[in-house]
Write a protein that binds this ligand. Structure first.
Ligand SMILES: NC(=O)c1ccc[n+]([C@@H]2O[C@H](COP(=O)([O-])OP(=O)(O)OC[C@H]3O[C@@H](n4cnc5c(N)ncnc54)[C@H](O)[C@@H]3O)[C@@H](O)[C@H]2O)c1
Length: 395
C-alpha cells in the first residue's frame, strides 16, 4: 500500500512562499507530501496561494487552518509574526518550520524553544545557508584540517538589492525586524558560528543609516509584493524611490564577536553596493581560506603554505552546481524539514544555533544604537541546549 502524503500547511504566502514547490510532492514515490492548507490574512496572499495550490484550503483564520489535520507547517510570515504564529502551531502539536530569523527578540526565541520542548513538538528553523554548496564546501575543508584550528572568521556581505529588498516594506522598521544585522545577518552570524564551531558570548557594533534615510520619495507599498517593485536598473542607490514611510534600521553595519571557544569574528553588511555576494575569510593555525564569489562555478581558495605576497592558492575548490533556489539550498532545506517532521533524527540546521544568531544580532543592534561598546550575549538555559542538541529526542 502506498504511503499517504504528509499533510503540509503554509502560514504567510508572500515572496518566500515559493518554497511551496518543494513541499508539494504528492506523487513522490518514497516520501509524498502535499500542501493542503494556506493561511494568510491578506487577500493578495490568498490569491497567490489559489493560483499555485487551487485545491488547498485558503483561509485568513489561523484556528480554521490549525483544525485541518496537518502533519507539518511552514511559517513564512514576516519576522515579527514568527513568534505568535509558531507558538500556536507548536501548542497545536504540529511540526513547525520557522523561517529565519527564529524571532525578533531573544525572549521570543527562548519562549519558542521552551514551548517546543514542553509540548514535545518538533521545531526546525530555516537556515538554508547551511545547505548552500559554498558554505558546505568551506565547512568540509575546515573539518578536513585544510587550515588547522580556526582562530578567526571574517564576513563581508555586499547587498546590491538592499534598497528594493529591505527599505520598501516591513524590513525597514525596527518594530518589525529589530535590525538588518539581525534580519539579514542572522544567516551570516549562524554561518560564522558554524564555521568556527562556537557561539558569540560578547559582541560590539557600529552602524549608520547612511544613504536611504535621506531619500524623500516614500510610499506605502503594502498593496504590492517586492517582485512588483524590484528593478535592476535603479542605480546609483541615491536614485532609489518609493521607500517605506518609516525607515529606522541601518543600511550599513559592522560587528565584532568573541566566541565561546576563543575564536574572534567580524561581520560587515552594506545595503548600497553594486554587487551582491558574501565573502567569508577563515583563518586557522595552519592556513586560511576565502570564497571568491558564492555561486555555483565560483571558487574557494585555500592557502596553507607560506607565501609572503598574495600568492597562488594551494587548493582551489569549485562551488558545486545544484538545482533549486538559493544555490540548491532550498529543496534540501524543505526535504530535511519534512523528513525531520515525519521521522525525527539529526539535522544540519539547529534551533539552538538559530537562537544564538538572533541573540548576537540583537545585542549588536543594542550596541550600535548606543555607545558601540561590547556587551554580553545572554546565555541560553543549558537544559534547552541539551534537549535540542539531542535533536529533540526525549531521554
Ligand atoms: N531563508 C531565506 O533565504 C529567506 C529569503 C527570503 C525571506 N525569508 C524570510 O521569509 C519570511 C517571509 O518573507 P517574505 O519576503 O515572503 O515576506 P512578504 O512580506 O513577501 O510576505 C509575507 C506574507 O505573510 C503574510 N502575513 C503577515 N502576517 C501574517 C500572519 N500573522 N499570519 C499569516 N500570514 C501573515 C502577509 O500577508 C504576506 O502575504 C521572512 O521571515 C523572511 O525573513 C527568508
Amino acid at each position: 500500500m502506498s504511503t499517504p502524503p504528509q499533510r503540509v500547511g503554509i502560514v504567510g504566502f508572500g515572496q518566500r512562499a515559493s518554497l511551496w514547490q518543494y513541499a508539494h510532492r504528492p506523487d513522490d514515490a518514497t516520501r509524498p507530501s502535499a500542501v493542503v492548507a494556506v493561511c494568510d490574512p491578506s487577500p493578495r496572499g490568498r490569491d497567490r496561494a489559489r493560483a499555485a495550490l487551487p485545491d488547498a484550503l485558503l483561509t485568513a483564520d489561523l484556528d480554521e487552518f490549525l483544525a485541518h489535520d496537518l502533519d507539518a507547517v511552514l511559517v513564512l510570515t514576516p519576522d515579527f509574526a514568527h513568534y505568535p504564529v509558531a507558538l500556536r502551531t507548536l501548542e497545536a502539536g504540529i511540526a513547525t518550520f520557522c523561517e529565519k530569523p527564529l524571532g525578533i527578540t531573544v525572549a521570543e526565541c527562548d519562549e519558542m524553544l521552551e514551548t517546543a520542548r514542553r509540548t514535545g513538538t518538533r521545531l526546525y528553523v530555516g537556515h538554508n545557508m547551511r545547505h548552500m554548496p559554498v558554505i558546505v564546501a568551506m565547512r568540509e575543508a575546515i573539518l578536513a584540517g585544510a587550515i588547522g584550528e580556526v582562530k578567526a572568521v571574517w564576513c563581508r556581505h555586499f547587498v546590491s538589492t538592499g534598497g528594493d529588498y529591505y527599505f520598501k516594506d516591513w524590513h525597514a522598521e525596527r518594530s518589525k525586524s529589530t535590525s538588518l544585522l539581525l534580519q539579514k545577518g542572522a544567516h551570516d552570524i549562524d554561518v560564522m558560528h558554524w564555521l568556527a564551531g562556537g557561539y558569540s558570548t560578547r559582541v560590539a557594533a557600529m552602524g549608520d543609516l547612511a544613504v536611504y534615510g535621506d531619500i524623500e520619495s516614500r510610499r506605502d507599498n503594502s498593496d504590492r509584493y517586492m517582485r512588483e517593485w524590484y528593478s535592476r536598473d535603479t542605480w546609483p542607490p541615491t536614485t532609489q524611490h518609493d521607500l517605506n514611510p518609516v525607515i529606522d534600521v541601518e543600511d550599513i553595519s559592522m560587528m565584532t564577536m568573541t566566541l565561546d571557544n576563543g575564536v574572534l569574528a567580524s561581520y560587515q553588511q552594506c545595503h548600497f553596493t553594486p554587487d551582491y555576494w558574501r565573502n567569508y575569510t577563515v583563518i586557522g593555525t595552519a592556513g586560511r581560506l576565502e570564497n571568491l564569489g558564492d555561486r555555483p562555478g565560483d571558487t574557494i581558495h585555500v592557502w596553507n603554505t607560506r607565501s609572503d605576497n598574495f600568492g597562488e592558492p594551494d587548493q582551489v575548490i569549485t562551488i558545486a552546481d545544484a538545482e533549486g533556489s538559493h544555490g540548491g539550498a532550498d529543496p534540501l532545506l524543505i526535504a530535511e524539514f519534512l523528513r525531520f517532521a515525519r521521522e525525527g533524527g539529526r539535522t544540519q540546521t539547529s534551533p539552538v544555533a538559530a537562537r544564538q544568531a538572533v541573540a548576537a544580532g540583537c545585542v549588536a543592534a543594542d550596541s550600535l544604537r548606543s555607545d558601540g561598546g561590547a556587551r554580553e550575549v545572554p546565555a541560553l538555559d543549558p537544559g534547552l541546549v541539551a534537549y535540542f542538541e539531542n535533536f529533540q529526542a526525549c531521554g
